[in-house]
Design a protein around this ligand. Structure first.
Ligand code: M6R
Length: 610
């Protein structure tokens, strides 16, 4: 989704801005732009449709230079992807970049038209530029103008404003869209994500909701939403510096699939002994909270939601605690009843997903006993606003299609299931040992699953010319099928659906024919025989089956069924294990189709708008 970078320095900042935008490219965007002001108060704006490289080339040709600048990658919400709609937007001497959505932009647009402003774009952002310009006419400082402006905005924004007449000043405002200020020596920076600035600084200030800040070369002054100055703490980041390097891999997604053994090792490290889960490692006061908990409400979006769905089976079957799962965009607008002693758990790779964040904020008002997040990005909004943050340690995930974030979420959830079960007395030592040892075994088992790569690459040929694919699973493998279908549609653009296999005969069976491959996730568990009956239902109707089966499940390939045999693993961690071949399948189908694997069309990595 949209990315922001800003810099104020003695040196030329154009290159810093472009490098920052490159580091945010993985988030998904359709156009980009910069505005740079030099010491003579000249402001140059350059915008381009397409990749950041096009912008970089244009900046070189136009010799854009200056010590103060703002830059943006845009992911269209209001107005088509085009150069005219790309940021920065300008109103005379004012330039602005903005993430988020201004919900009252229609009303403001009319008001500003009456005041004589002309609009050159279809964006909601342009109203902010004109509003700041209007306010600037009657205020002493740019800071005041921005403070007055944000009071009139409804919706979400992370915005940075510059004024050609004040060349060494950036004014930044945050409400609903993250902004981080990067501290340098005699120079300062800002961005929507610290990743953009890791090559220039490691020291960050995270703005809070409603903050407006004035950033110059030597000072950062932050003001809370009541206009009073506030001190926000400085955080040293130890985030990976080189996450942006694909190394020997062709795509980030492929690299991240291969990083899963390490990511899982890192996620469990220090949180489990060889046979038990260290409850306190989940968070301060975790033991007391988990002991009292009577219900767990999980809220998430997309892949994170699918991870939550898997854990619902675990929480109820293993820990004996009732658990509900809801898509954040539904939860936040539903008039729900809060159960007594219910723990809200949000799940998110980015920690910035707008709907999940809104769900957390709502839950805090609605009497949940506590709010926990399982998240991959330290310092993200979800982490900062939750009572407990249980971090997955997947490392930076660049590919839009979530892979290692998903499997590490599952590992974290499974540790939490054990911790809850221990506190409640529903998980005994033997069960705990079994699960912990299964977690320890996972990295090596995933290495083995990755070895099916060649077989799956060959199989992908069968899918690449199809328009639809059906994924089936039962129990906790149903959400694994859902996740597999999400991966396939997301990066190969093939329509894919997932069904709980027992639900087939209630409708989807009508779709079965030779043009609709049916992928089945078939572990060797208590539902195997039921699953085999469902497979027969497909076979009897001329369906083409691809069964990813436990080696002991007794499947044999024939002309209507291709069996991909997977090594046997513990039943409880099997959903994590079976995810790997599904990821590989979608990756190889996408390769054949020639799609943009890491930045699939229309999608963004961090969905910071509703
Ligand atoms: O950062 P989050 O985990 O909150 O993101 C939620 C979804 O947007 C995300 O999982 C999305 O579904 C993935 N791109 C799917 O691969």
């Amino acid at each position: 989704m949209c990315g922001i970078v800003g810099a104020v320095a003695q040196r030329d900042v154009a290159e810093i801005l472009v490098e920052g935008l490159r580091r945010l490219e993985y988030r998904g965007y359709d156009s980009s732009g910069v505005a740079v002001i030099d010491n003579d108060h000249n402001m140059k704006r350059v915008r381009r449709l397409g990749k950041v490289q096009e912008l970089a080339d244009a900046l070189e040709i136009e010799q854009v230079q200056g010590g103060t600048g703002i830059a943006h990658t845009r992911w269209a919400t209001h107005g088509e992807p085009s150069e005219i709609n790309a940021h920065p937007h300008v109103s005379e001497d004012i330039a602005i970049v903005h993430n988020g959505i201004i919900e009252n932009h229609h009303v403001l647009r009319e008001l500003l038209r009456e005041r004589g402003y002309t609009f050159t774009s279809q964006t909601d952002t342009e109203v902010i530029a004109h509003l700041v310009n209007w306010e600037r006419r009657s205020t002493d400082t740019l800071l005041q103008a921005v403070q007055n402006t944000v009071k009139q905005l409804e919706g979400a924004y992370g915005a940075v404003v510059v004024d050609r007449n004040e060349p060494e000043r950036l004014i930044v405002a945050r409400s609903g869209s993250p902004i981080v200020i990067g501290l340098g020596v005699g120079e300062n920076f800002l961005a929507s994500d610290q990743l953009a600035l890791l090559n220039v600084t490691r020291r960050f200030i995270y703005l809070e909701e409603g903050d407006v800040a004035e950033v110059t070369r030597r000072e950062v002054n932050v003001f809370a939403d009541n206009g009073e100055p506030v001190i926000r703490s400085v955080v040293e980041s130890n985030a990976e510096h080189d996450a942006g390097d694909k190394g020997e891999f062709r795509h980030f997604m492929q690299k991240e699939v291969y990083e899963q053994p390490t990511a899982i090792k890192n996620t469990i490290e220090g949180r489990v002994t060889h046979d038990s889960v260290i409850t306190d490692s989940i968070g301060v006061h975790a033991s007391e909270i988990l002991e009292k908990v009577e219900h767990i409400q999980l809220v998430a979006c997309g892949t994170s939601y699918n991870a939550a769905m898997v854990s619902r089976y675990w929480f109820e079957a293993i820990a004996g605690v009732s658990c509900s799962v809801e898509i954040a965009s539904e939860f936040r607008y539903r008039k729900f009843v809060t159960r007594p002693n219910s723990l809200l758990v949000t799940l998110s790779q980015s920690g910035e997903t707008a709907d999940t964040l809104a769900a957390l904020r709502l839950a805090k008002e609605k009497g949940y006993m506590s709010a926990m997040t399982i998240c991959n990005v330290a310092g993200s909004s979800l982490v900062r606003e939750s009572d407990i943050a249980f971090m997955t340690r997947a490392g930076t995930e660049i590919g839009v299609a979530s892979t290692k974030a998903f499997t590490t979420q599952l590992a974290a959830l499974l540790m939490m299931v054990v911790a809850v079960g221990k506190q409640k007395g529903t998980v005994d030592q033997a069960k705990e040992k079994e699960i912990v040892q299964a977690l320890h075994a996972l990295p090596e088992q995933i290495e083995a699953a990755l070895k099916t790569e060649k077989e799956i690459e060959a199989l992908a040929e069968d899918f690449a010319d199809k328009h639809h694919t059906l994924f089936l699973g039962r129990g906790e493998f149903y959400p694994i099928a859902v996740e597999a279908s999400l991966k396939l549609k997301e990066i190969s653009y093939i329509h894919a659906e997932a069904y709980a296999a027992g639900e087939l005969k209630h409708g989807p069976l009508a779709l079965i024919d030779a043009d609709m491959p049916v992928v089945v996730v078939a572990p060797n568990n208590e539902l195997l025989e039921k699953l085999k009956s469902n497979i027969e239902e497909v076979r009897a109707r001329g369906g083409l089956l691809y069964v990813f089966a436990d080696e002991n499940a007794g499947f044999v390939s024939d002309e209507t069924m291709t069996v991909i045999k997977m090594p046997h693993v513990n039943e409880i961690t099997a959903p994590i294990f079976f995810t790997i071949p599904m990821q590989l399948l979608s990756y190889y189908v996408a390769l054949i189709k020639g799609t943009d694997v890491d930045q699939p069309r229309n999608l963004a990595k961090a969905v910071t708008v509703e």
